[in-house]
Design a protein around this ligand. Structure first.
Ligand code: CFN
Ligand code: HCA
Length: 534
């Protein structure tokens, strides 16, 4: 069923007037006749409304720092924050030396009441000593949870003293959960810290090969970056570091030598892309390795950037070979998926990225949104590579990055960059709204009440989001697909990833399970129904 303004009004009528006014600004019906549709985003969730957002700690330790594998990441705080962020995101990592992969550990100061009353700095310092002695990591991070800021533990001072004592890169991140309005604030804190303390620490002056790149905003969920790297290596690229999936301190400290930075998830790491450009002269290119068409476009844009005929030719050869491998495998899945509809609601970039892959399977996205993205993720932005600074930068001061005089060199002359800006199609920069079909719904910070209402009206065939809301549609008899952790599957990126995704989604449609579920409203009175009857 197509949705109209009146229906949205009816959904919102259940809210108090002030809440209704607020939520209205976060919902848009796509209308291509209106060129620049605006949406409110990156604002505080209304207290009392249940949404799927995380906190600054989740964004800093969980998202950006956590995947760095040869470092021990200490969580300073009560145990819950450490325990519940213990590899649930499925960011995978491998090391040649198995003793240098610490991701499977959950390391926390486990603050107790006495630490809250008398302070936890000494406990933290002792823990760092133990970590150095037991694990001998290449570096250590310390992330603060809410109480640390409330009681005023000075984790920066503890880190500084430990750095001097152990001669190791030990850095602290004041990412207390209450900072900002979502995990987005935590990304920014982590990015600033990595740029200030790690990137550029290495002594390399030159890239190890002609086509050395970094991949930013790729977290190796379910092995995504391994699939992307497989293809890039086959073409002839050398990946210096992935930030931060399967990334390491050892590689990160020489990230400054790359000739080009690819940006997969713009939301979580645009700050670093921008800072690397300012400090070292490395341009960045927005890519998207989710979906076959998007992967091909990204590979072609990269080849265009380097502009070398042999590389362009090799890129086409690899694309052809990969397509020959996957296209026949995709066919049976397409038959099952064709004509279906989806909701696609994920954190800050996948709500957009996965729509292309759905489309390639014949699935139309009828509702999409982000948990915590900013307006530019919805509405698009200027051309590459320069970005506008945006809303949540207000709370956390940026590093005022200046060019590193010793190492700054323009990796590509300005004139060529201008030429590229004309050549490289900017489909990845136009934001989610413009990519959606007329009549579809875009919702920012979707909440559980609205989820149920939109499902009732639009009856999607599949609901893709995360662990916090997947049970609502399942109880309504609708298959779900977690697009955060991939439900124990993956990789979903690149060419082979598309096959895995198609298989998993087709499996969701083909299983008879959903027919056995009776939605609660069919045999039980609804809560609001019973209240009204009282
Ligand atoms: S891996 Fe990324 S792709 S980093 Fe970000 S905005 Fe989260 S953890 Mo969950 S799946 Fe999600 Fe994105 Fe970038 Fe992941 S859509 S919410 S903070 N995200
Ligand atoms: C986070 C991490 C998360 C949560 C996923 C989910 C992830 O926001 O702190 O809600 O299912 O991808 O692991 O986004």
């Amino acid at each position: 069923m197509a949705i109209n303004e009146k229906m949205i009004e009816e959904i919102l009528n259940k809210y108090p007037a002030k809440v209704k006014r607020n939520r209205k600004k976060h919902i848009v019906i796509r209308d291509s006749a209106r060129e620049n549709q605006e949406i409110e985003a990156n604002t505080r969730t209304i207290p009392g409304i249940v949404t799927n957002r995380g906190c600054a700690f989740a964004g800093c330790k969980g998202v950006v720092l956590g995947p760095l594998k040869d470092m021990v990441h200490i969580v300073h705080g009560p145990i819950g924050c450490a325990y519940y962020s213990w590899l649930t995101r499925r960011n995978k990592a491998k090391t040649d030396d198995p003793k240098k992969n610490f991701l499977a550990y959950c390391v926390s100061t486990d603050m107790q009441e006495s630490d809250i009353v008398f302070g936890g700095e000494k406990k933290l310092a002792r823990m760092i000593d133990e970590v150095v002695e037991i694990f001998k990591p290449n570096a250590i991070t310390i992330s603060a949870t809410c109480p640390v800021g409330l009681i005023g533990d000075d984790i920066q001072a503890v880190a500084k003293a430990a750095r001097a004592k152990h001669g190791l890169n030990i850095t602290a991140y004041s990412c207390e959960g209450y900072k900002g309005v979502s995990q987005s604030a935590g990304h920014h804190i982590a990015n600033n810290g990595l740029m200030e303390n790690i990137v550029g620490e290495g002594d390399w002056e030159e890239p190890p090969s002609k086509y050395t790149i970094n991949i930013l905003g790729e977290y190796n969920i379910g092995g995504d970056s391994w699939e992307v790297e497989r293809v890039l290596n086959e073409i002839g690229y050398e990946v210096q570091v992935v930030m931060t999936g399967n990334g390491s301190y050892e590689k990160l400290k020489n990230a400054h030598v790359a000739q080009l930075n690819l940006v997969q998830c713009h939301r979580s790491i645009n700050y670093i892309a921008d800072m690397l450009e300012k400090k070292y002269g490395t341009p960045w290119l927005k890519v998207n390795f989710i979906g076959i068409r998007a992967t091909i476009e990204s590979l072609r844009n990269m080849a265009l950037y380097f502009g070398d005929e042999a590389l362009i030719k090799r890129t086409e050869e690899v694309i052809e070979k990969e397509l020959a491998e996957i296209e026949p495998q995709l066919e049976p899945y397409k038959k099952i998926c064709s004509g279906k509809t989806a909701f696609c609601f994920v954190g800050g970039s996948r709500g957009h990225h996965y729509q292309g892959l759905y489309e390639e399977l014949g699935i139309t996205t009828v509702l999409a949104g982000y948990e915590f993205a900013h307006r530019d993720d919805y509405e698009g932005r200027d051309v590459l590579p320069h970005i506008k600074s945006d809303a949540d930068s207000k709370n956390i001061p940026d590093l005022h990055v200046t060019p590193d005089e010793r190492r700054y060199r323009l990796k590509i002359p300005v004139e060529r960059m201008e030429e590229l800006q004309k050549k490289i199609p900017l489909s990845n920069y136009k934001g989610m709204i413009k990519d959606m079909m007329d009549g579809s719904i875009v919702v920012d910070d979707l909440n559980h009440y609205e989820t149920e209402e939109f499902i009732r009206i639009l009856k999607p065939d599949i609901f893709s989001s995360g662990i916090k809301d997947k049970y609502i549609p399942q109880k309504m008899g609708i298959p779900t697909k977690q697009l955060h952790n991939y439900d124990y599957s993956g990789p979903y990126a690149g060419f082979r990833g598309a096959i895995n995704f198609a298989r998993d989604v087709a499996m969701g449609f083909a299983t008879p399970t959903w027919n056995f579920i009776v939605p609660p409203w069919k045999d039980k009175p609804l809560l609001e129904g019973s209240i009204e009857q009282c």
